[in-house]
Write a protein that binds this ligand. Structure first.
Ligand code: BGC
Length: 436
């Protein structure tokens, strides 16, 4: 097959037209309704036991933001008027670059992992007082109350033993006790999407959906009348597990080789952890078809990084960045323009698909909470894809316009930078207000 025909075929497999987007949105809305009603659904619809903050929460609180292999602990001052100030921040990896420790591999134990985090909390906790601590734990959890969350299973390829099935608040409390840290009291545990929504809603009353488009992917929304309480409550949809999505052969290949085949299908098509891998596997197919020359680098997992995708996306007609990527990352220094064009076409199609799929799920959520789009909605988004990937936000907006037409003007997406951490602080302040 001619190079351009092959590339057209491969990129068409990643393309989603307006009708596809609407169909996905409708399927998403159905899954949402079924999940909320307790029927079998790919959407877990996990209750958070928290609704909007009042904006009046105040005081100095600690927040632990554990969402992947990097953890952040922050000390936040909430001013009681919708404002927050980060007073101190400590960031650290759970896996050392030099291999000296790794708390996220299959050999690691939960107690060691939480001891490591607890000791770091001890470094930042204010002395002489007991600070309420909010914990953003960004994995699917069965939440029993605002301060109790049982990990259902790890995502984002974390494999630490002895955490699945356990209440992460109890694990953290036990670790704080073992480490002698007695000036921080865990009072709330939330998902990062929930933290992002709390942060946005602290100062924007239109915010009712929040999403993470980063290493992982997930969305939550404010359910106006939750079946458990009959009152408003934020629901963590765990939308990364949505599965009514058209998978390509490349997606199926990636899924089969992942930690949890069959799970997190949407996440594996859209999130930062996997996008580079989708590009790599697509380029590997092109190599196998003879479109690219022999290339051992394409056997190496994660050889294609987020920053490579970004630089190819904004490449100019001379394809200088794509050439640099091929030469420096893949060791292919003598590609022709047609081959470089093929690489860029596939790269761009994969990035575009991510934004459009995510937008379709936002549309499905809006169809549930406000079918006529009578009100204004802010969708608060955090994560590197939304923040840094060229065109990502614009592509989401474009897709929403295709689905809703003129009414899409009622919907805006906003960056909620560091929302997940500050949200944990807000949740801690909400909990501390409820039971001082
Ligand atoms: C997790 C979610 C989380 C998302 C974004 C997913 O892998 O299952 O709980 O919200 O990543 O961090």
């Amino acid at each position: 097959m001619e190079i351009k025909d092959y590339v057209a075929k491969l990129s068409a497999a990643f393309a989603l037209g307006s009708a596809d987007l609407s169909a996905i949105a409708i399927a998403f809305k159905k899954a949402l309704q079924e999940g909320l009603a307790g029927k079998p659904s790919p959407l877990r619809m996990l209750p958070s036991f928290i609704a909007d903050p009042t904006g009046k929460e105040a005081g100095e609180v600690l927040a632990v933001d554990f969402g992947g292999t990097n953890v952040r602990i922050i000390k936040v001052a909430l001013d009681g008027k919708g404002g927050s100030r980060i007073e101190n921040i400590l960031k650290f990896p759970l896996k050392a670059a030099d291999g000296s420790y790794d708390h996220v591999s299959a050999k690691a134990q939960g107690d060691e992992l939480f001891d490591y985090i607890a000791a770091k909390i001890g470094e930042i906790a204010p002395s002489g007082t007991m600070a309420p601590l909010g914990h953003t734990f960004s994995f699917p959890c069965e939440q029993k109350s605002l301060n109790s969350a049982f990990l259902i299973h790890w995502t984002k390829e974390i494999r630490t033993k002895g955490v699945e099935g356990k209440d992460v608040t109890e694990l953290l409390k036990a670790a704080l006790a073992r480490k002698g840290v007695n000036n921080a009291k865990p009072v709330a545990v939330i998902n990062d999407t929930v933290g992002t929504l709390l942060t946005a809603a602290y100062s924007d009353s239109d915010a009712d959906i929040a999403s993470i488009c980063g290493t992982g992917h997930n969305t939550c929304y404010l359910e106006p009348r939750h079946p458990l309480s009959g009152k408003p409550m934020i629901v963590n949809m765990e939308s990364g597990n949505f599965d009514a999505v058209p998978q390509t052969q490349v997606d199926a290949e990636l899924d089969a080789a992942s930690e949890m085949p069959g799970r997190q299908k949407l996440e594996k098509m859209v999130s930062g952890y996997y996008l580079g891998e989708i590009v790599r596997l697509s380029l590997r197919r092109m190599r196998d078809e003879g479109i690219l020359p022999a290339c051992p680098a394409l056997e190496e997992r994660h050889i294609v990084r987020g920053m490579d995708i970004d630089s190819i996306l904004i490449d100019s007609v001379d394809l200088k960045s794509t050439r640099a990527f091929a030469s420096e990352r893949l060791g292919l220094a003598t590609l022709e323009m047609s081959q470089l064009t093929a690489i860029k076409t596939i790269n761009d199609a994969i990035a575009l698909r991510s934004a459009r799929l995510v937008a379709a799920t936002y549309a499905g959520t809006l169809m549930l909470i406000d079918p006529e789009l009578k009100r204004r909605h802010s969708i608060a988004i955090d994560g590197t894809l939304y923040e840094k990937m060229p065109g990502y936000g614009a592509n989401i907006s474009m897709a929403l316009c295709e689905i809703f037409g003129d009414k899409a003007k009622q919907v805006k997406t906003v960056l909620a930078k560091d929302g997940s951490g500050i949200g944990a602080a807000i949740a801690a302040a909400v909990a501390a207000r409820a039971s001082p």
